[in-house]
Design a protein around this ligand. Structure first.
Ligand code: FES
Length: 145
């Protein structure tokens, strides 16, 4: 049901963890299944993503897509990261079963939410970035998951 790449990223997810004093943090929830993902971005003064980490309370496809998404945005500029869609992540994983496509949205939305947080903290506007609908960071307690 899953491609080799999905299984690889599920079993050995890249960039799991958190970044202290991150430039931007985005937390999103998937309304369909209740799964949650948080992405931390470390962005330098040239707007390049130096480091990225994630934590996911979610299914295997969510873990694999977050892992791949972090690989795709690492070292990229803010604008390039914005262009990393869930479609691009799925293609990089050689596809996902149709019932799991919604899981890949978490990664895209979490990256956007983290970029939004970064922009807000720095008082800047990122062209093409809209306020994330799904950002739940304001409504949750600080808890570990
Ligand atoms: Fe919830 Fe996949 S089933 S993210």
């Amino acid at each position: 049901m899953y491609t080799e790449k999905v299984m690889d990223h599920f079993k050995n997810p890249r960039n799991v963890g958190e970044i202290e004093n991150a430039s931007g943090v985005g937390t999103v929830g998937n309304a369909k299944c209740g799964d949650i993902m948080r992405i931390y971005l470390d962005i330098d003064e040239n707007e390049i993503i130096q480091d990225v980490k994630f934590k996911t309370f979610g299914c295997g496809a969510a873990v694999a897509t977050s892992s791949m998404a972090t690989e795709l945005v690492k070292g990229k500029t803010v604008q390039e990261a914005l262009a990393v869609t869930n479609k691009a992540v799925m293609e990089a994983l050689d596809g996902l079963p149709p019932v799991k496509v919604h899981c890949s949205l978490l990664a895209e939305e979490a990256i956007h939410a983290a970029l939004w947080d970064y922009a807000e903290k720095n008082g800047i506007k990122i062209d093409g970035l809209e306020k994330p609908k799904n950002d739940i960071s304001e409504h949750e307690e600080e808890e570990e998951y």
